[in-house]
Design a protein around this ligand. Structure first.
Ligand SMILES: Cc1ncc(COP(=O)(O)O)c(C=O)c1O
Length: 394
């Protein structure tokens, strides 16, 4: 190199290659492309999701480490990471459906997914039928010759209905449908939908997998190679891929996922149980409480019931606003699944797109508050909730 001029040597700075040891933590491969010695390996890498790394939109080692980590936890063969949870959901919906196909989806869906499915119906000619999340016979009754996909969420937002994954996946499988499950709320620690018959699992990694409220991302993982390859081919056309730094932050978060999930669930249990006994509270919606409509079903296949719940204040909207203004530790903020306890008012934020009739049908009231229990000390959280509830009563 020394015979070359500085203009050339600064462009071709040394490229690190490590021999004799390797990094403990996954490195961030911050490069848009990769250099080849062999043109045949270059060409092969363009053709498959597990080939040599070629170009950042097709694959990247840090991003693939994330895809493989989630696939491993979910019992899948491979994954496709995306720039957000909606990115992951969309590569699956758009990659596997075409106009004229029929999609069966559960009625209670994350708002972004619900609007996307409405768009698929209105603008892209996909037929859609909505069914309850726990009624396999409703799937059988909805079947048409062009039915292609069943779309479910393990635990729905914000009323935390639990889908009958074993029953619903079996009904879809009998008819040859692909079942897609959004497992964001449960995380692979509480549920692995592929074990119950799902074909594709999607996550907003922004939530529990990342876990620290500092990164937006998504991932889809697949039970079979053929689905993985089809969705990967579409994802690289769409281009909504994950970037290596986001993948790295998510991987770092995932190392503590089991510990965090344990505390999220324990904190949700304590808050939900005490709220249910409080005179200012009309109802608590958490599938771990015996009165919840999904309690018995959830107890059959979930080892715990998640860190998200909602509750209705007896004093309606005014009490809801007072509560949200009065909490000091819990934060009024969007999203969920991070280490901090977060609250929001679904009727005016996450579910603002729903009409009053739709809100009523989903059981979301003016006084409903959604809580994502963080990992703080449970008694500090309860003290904060208790002082805010006192103001609602007064
Ligand atoms: C269940 C569920 N799925 C998907 C998403 C979308 O994820 P993202 O915001 O990362 O696009 C969310 C976001 O809140 C969600 O709660």
């Amino acid at each position: 190199m020394s015979s070359l001029r500085p203009e050339t040597r600064t462009v071709h700075l040394p490229r690190p290659s490590i021999e004799g040891s390797r990094p403990i933590a996954a490195p961030i491969y911050q490069t848009s492309g990769f250099v080849f010695d062999d043109p045949a390996v270059f060409a092969d890498g363009m053709r498959r999701p597990d080939g040599a790394f070629v170009y950042g939109r097709l694959s990247n080692p840090t991003v693939r480490a994330l895809e493989e980590a989630v696939a491993d936890l979910e019992g899948a063969v491979g994954g496709v990471a995306a720039g957000s949870g909606m990115g992951a959901i969309n590569v699956v919906l758009l990659g596997l459906l075409r106009s004229g196909d029929h999609l069966i989806a559960q009625r209670a869906l994350y708002g972004g997914t619900a609007s996307m499915i409405a768009d698929l119906a209105e603008r892209f000619g996909v037929e859609v039928t909505y069914v309850p999340e726990d009624d396999p016979d409703a799937v059988r009754a909805a079947l048409r010759p062009n039915s292609k996909m069943l779309y479910l969420e393990t635990i729905a937002n914000p009323m935390t209905q639990v889908a009958d994954l074993p029953g619903m996946c079996a009904a879809a499988r009998e008819a040859g449908l692909v079942t897609v499950v959004d497992n964001t709320f449960a995380s692979p620690i509480l549920c692995r939908p592929i074990e119950h018959g799902a074909d594709v699992v999607v996550h907003s990694t922004t939530k529990y997998l990342g876990g620290h409220t500092d990164v937006v991302g998504g991932v889809a993982v697949f039970a079979a190679e053929e689905l993985h390859r089809r969705v990967w081919s579409f994802a690289i056309e769409l281009g909504a891929v994950a970037d290596p730094f986001a993948a790295w932050l998510t991987l770092r978060g995932m190392q503590t996922l089991p510990l965090r999930m344990e505390r999220h669930c324990a904190n949700a249990r304590l808050l939900a149980t005490r709220l249910a006994e409080h005179p200012a509270v009309a109802a608590v919606h958490w599938p771990g409480l015996p009165g919840h409509p999904s309690y018995e079903l959830a107890a059959k296949f979930l080892p715990d019931f998640g860190g998200v719940f909602s509750f209705d204040l007896a004093g309606g909207r005014e009490a809801g606003e007072t509560f949200m203004r009065s909490v000091r530790l819990a934060l009024l903020a969007p999203s969920l699944g991070g280490v901090e306890t977060l609250l929001l008012h679904p009727a005016t934020t996450s579910h603002r797109g729903q009409s009053p009739a739709e809100l009523a049908a989903s059981g979301i009231g003016e006084g409903t508050v959604r809580v994502s229990a963080g990992i703080e000390h449970p008694e500090d959280l309860w003290a904060d909730f208790a002082q805010a509830l006192e103001k609602c009563a007064g």
